[in-house]
Design a protein around this ligand. Structure first.
Ligand code: 5GP
Length: 192
């Protein structure tokens, strides 16, 4: 998606450890015009999947998923929670996920009420690195007996394994920008 690639080149900062910082439009301040275009693009790419629910993970996925849902006819958005809360009933599906950016494990959980065997779920997230978050969300969907309709990612990092793992597994994966790093340390984009 050209608009997203342009924004990454203009505002993204590549940090040590292959971390791309995009706080100015995706992870801290949010560019709503860009989000709307991202939502429309996901709706086009997954148009034939009969999506009736979107699943993401807090925090950054929530804004992307919420705007995207409007282009799927206002389907509900569920976000997996990373911390235990009194608000959450004890009846949850949960799975452990390794965080690439924090380098530690956390438990992601969703209340059993919000995903069931009638759901065709589109998983949305901001980044795809090693695929831990996306595969964790796929496990939660499967625990609920629902179907994973696809995985929609804003920024995939080509130099980490997540993209290959998910594509090999036969899941429909669309990443709107696939970032690679050239030898001189600058950013380039791949198309898949
Ligand atoms: P994965 O689970 O695929 O290894 O990593 C994806 C998760 O880690 C995303 O939910 C995202 O929050 C975070 N992440 C991974 N790489 C980056 C990065 O380069 N920049 C930012 N901002 N977040 C990242």
């Amino acid at each position: 998606m050209e608009l997203l690639e342009k924004k990454i080149l203009e505002c993204g900062e590549l940090r040590d450890g292959g971390i791309l910082k995009v706080d100015s439009f995706l992870n801290h301040q949010i560019d709503i015009e860009l989000m709307i275009e991202i939502g429309k693009e996901f709706a086009k790419l997954f148009a034939d999947k009969k999506v009736n629910k979107i699943l993401t993970i807090e925090a950054s996925g929530i804004a992307i998923a919420s705007i995207t849902a409007q282009f799927f006819g206002n389907v509900p958005v569920v976000f997996a929670k990373k911390t235990e809360s009194l608000n959450l009933s004890g009846d949850v599906y949960s799975t452990d996920i390794h965080s690439y950016t924090k380098n530690k494990d956390y438990t992601a959980r969703i209340d059993k009420k919000y995903i069931n065997e009638n759901d065709r779920v589109l998983i949305i997230d901001d980044f795809l690195a090693n695929g831990e978050a996306a595969m964790g969300l796929m496990r939660l969907v499967k625990m609920a007996g629902a179907e994973v309709s696809g995985v929609g990612i804003c920024i995939e990092k080509a130099f980490q394994r997540g993209g290959n793992l998910i594509r090999e597994n036969g899941t429909s994966l669309h990443s709107l920008a696939i970032v690679d790093v050239k030898e001189d340390g600058s950013i380039s984009f791949l198309r898949k």
